[in-house]
Design a protein around this ligand. Structure first.
Ligand SMILES: Cc1cc2nc3c(=O)[nH]c(=O)nc-3n(C[C@H](O)[C@H](O)[C@H](O)COP(=O)(O)O)c2cc1C
Length: 172
């Protein structure tokens, strides 16, 4: 069960040589996390193992962003994403995540791995604006239409820039 945490404005910044790593089951249950994950999340390893990865979900990230992540990795593809995460004490930290599927010898997905590094500040500033627009559209659309509404904002932005999602991410 997820506890309600009130987000604060306290930011933790990743160091240039940090890697925040976690592994999950196919459903997103945390099966591994490294010491830097423990440090930034503010939870103990015992609190993290066996729980849904949304334990560090920050409300500023639109639902459509996670829908895109899951659609991509469940299709067996890698995914790059800027994510704002929520620490146990309400603080937050931005990461640049690379999420990949783990597969067995038959090609079946056995879980996922995420390796996160320090994002560039300018990239965070830009993507935060995009996420805010997506979030506003999701709030206006209501829960049932939220993902479609958030996705539409992102699609229109990409169309206007004539870019694919990956191109946007790596142009920031
Ligand atoms: C390998 C992996 C790593 C993930 N890392 C994060 C993360 O750092 N922060 C996060 O909010 N969600 C992460 N997620 C996505 C969560 O499982 C979840 O979909 C997301 O937090 C949205 O939660 P919600 O559907 O309850 O809103 C990750 C998923 C996978 C498979």
């Amino acid at each position: 069960m997820k506890r309600a945490i009130t987000p604060s404005t306290v930011e933790r910044t990743m160091r240039d040589d940090d890697f925040i790593v976690s592994k999950t089951s196919p459903k997103g249950i945390i099966t591994y996390c490294n010491p830097v994950f423990v440090e930034f999340s503010g939870y103990t390893e015992e609190e993290l193992l066996g729980v849904q990865h949304n334990i560090i979900r920050h409300p500023d990230i639109p639902r459509a962003a996670f829908a895109l992540v899951w659609d991509t990795i469940a299709a067996g593809k890698e995914m790059f994403a800027y994510v704002k995460n929520l620490s146990k004490d309400g603080g937050f930290y931005w990461v640049f995540a690379h999420i990949t599927p783990d597969v067995d010898i038959h090609g079946h997905i056995t879980g996922y791995t995420s390796v996160r590094r320090c994002p560039r500040r300018q990239a965070v500033d830009t993507i935060a604006t995009v996420y805010a627009q997506m979030l506003a559209a999701e709030a206006q659309a209501g829960p049932r239409q939220a993902i479609a509404a958030g996705t539409q904002v992102l699609t229109e932005l990409l169309d206007a820039r004539e870019m694919r999602y990956e191109e946007l991410v790596f142009s920031l």
